[in-house]
Design a binder for this molecule. Sequence first.
Ligand code: ADP
Ligand code: MG
Length: 621
Amino acid sequence: MAFLKISEPGESRKAKTRKLAVGIDLGTTNSLITSGGDGEVEVILDEVGEGLLPSVVHYNAEGGSTVGVDAQKEAKRDPKNTISSVKRLLGRSKLEGLEINRFKQHKFDSEYGEDTLPAIITGAGTKDPIQISADILTTLASRVRQRFGSEIDGAVITVPAYFNDAQRQQTKKAAELANLNVLRLINEPTAAALAYGLDSNEEGNVVVYDLGGGTFDVSVLSLRKGVFEVLATGGDTALGGDDIDHAICEWITENGLTEETLNANYSELILYANSIKHQLSEEDCIDLVFKNWSGTLDRGEFAKICEPFIRKTINACRRVLRDSKIALQDIHSVVMVGGSTRSPVIREAVEKYFGRPPLTSIDPDTVVAVGAGIQAEVLVGNNTTENFLLLDVNPLSLGIETMGELVEKIIPRNTTIPVSRAQDFTTFKDGQTVMSIHVLQGERELVSDCRSLAKFNLKGIPQMVAGAAKIRVSFQIDADGLLSVSAEELSTQQKAEIQVKPSFGLSANFIEDILESSHENAESDMETRSLRESQVEAKQLIDSIDFALKSDRELLNEEEKLTLDHAKDRLIELIDSGTSAKIREATEELNRISSEFAARRMDLHIGQALKGEIIDNIDNS
Ligand code: ADP
Ligand code: MG
């Protein structure tokens, strides 16, 4: 016996409670973590209120490590054991690692073969890029665990769009080593576009300009039917804010700082140059003092210092547009990412080239992590509103069989996955103790026109009158497309479930055929559905009248009984031959005729139930 539907398809309920999801931007220079733990996705700060975590790890002789600002402080004292920019080593061979200038001060483990990971010898042992990255991720994750006091259910981690398979695999491994469940890796530019909600547009082309500390990335994304595709990427892996810092030092030297002072204080001067650059994002002109040297720097002069670097980035933009075969005027949005895009000179140059103001309202340091956090909320199942990036969608509707051999859709096609939906059903027959759950896939209304995925039984339903039992059927599709269906009788919590892979045996052609036939048959399907529903309704009414007649026949006189029988017979006849409108009409008629009978039965049964009760008790209850 199948189910009878009792709640509307629209009234779906969340089957699970909120989960703790995080988004992580594992940057070359800085990393950060976001979470929607409190509802809104936000950057999770450390104990001193800092969001950015410098991607620097220091290993000490006791075998321990520090990450972030504390590690940065060790860089000067103990450079051999302080590792920064480890992201540049991910997915590289040992040989490649040795060639990256930034790692010249480190000693690589020679025991490893040429194709193996470029492991660095530190006071705490040999560390490969996966382990070092894992230490950064662990520090970030601990912020979230501390803040919300619970385990993280899933993480979305961003990677540059140009990352190859090995680089992506190693990022994932690092996360696993840090005890994080990786829901998905997403491209940094895609995350930035998501943070600005650009996925809610119908379509469009988006340029993401990302100027960080040591790298410049530019990507052209195309949004079609809710899916972002990276059309082209470009940039320069050795171009970023660090270069501007060095150029400021050069400018100071050209303007009178002596060679000796420069050589004796270079690392201090670099930090000073960095602070000058940051100040110029706020002020037009600043006074400078360094040791025995002093001067002034205004934005006009600063623009000249930056000019060669900016020109390189704009040239890269031109190349990437050419590669993507998208014309300048067909770019709908330009998104600014990376700390260096805080500098107004850079924003102005980008605006000039693209002929439109770039999007800058979200902090460029955090925009990637925010987008990752938003995606994590969707993937973990907290946010099921459909206007989110359709990274993966359920290609065909999924539902179950209900009375009349009809299909009740529970997860409609094109719903973003993972997703969970629940709907309540009830029994059709009095005393029904078993229900058979038939899981179906397809767009048609009748069971015979859909694809049967699985069948299972829910047993042990307590004996109740028809319509009294409440059975919750939950559908859940995880990120890998696996469907779990469970049915639970709510009063006894008796439960049964099954898992299926709905995509098994589904080809693109097959899906197309199904959609086509659903369009072709839409009208006749709706008619059939309406007919079946009216038949079920009519049978239900007849069943209940027959049941009532068995016990309370004497409440009707002969004439009344005849009228009732006549209306009932007419409906029985129509069930097999009538249209849905005719059946509904006759059902209503029978309902009207039997209402007096139902009222008398009600009086009789209430009277019996109340026999012996004192009137006071009734008033009080
Ligand atoms: P990455 O993606 O490489 O980890 P970030 O996006 O964090 O790097 O960018 C770091 C760079 O941004 C540094 O060079 C830093 O000096 C620069 N930066 C940060 N804040 C500002 C600012 N207010 N003005 C100009 N540059 C800034
Ligand atoms: Mg970055």
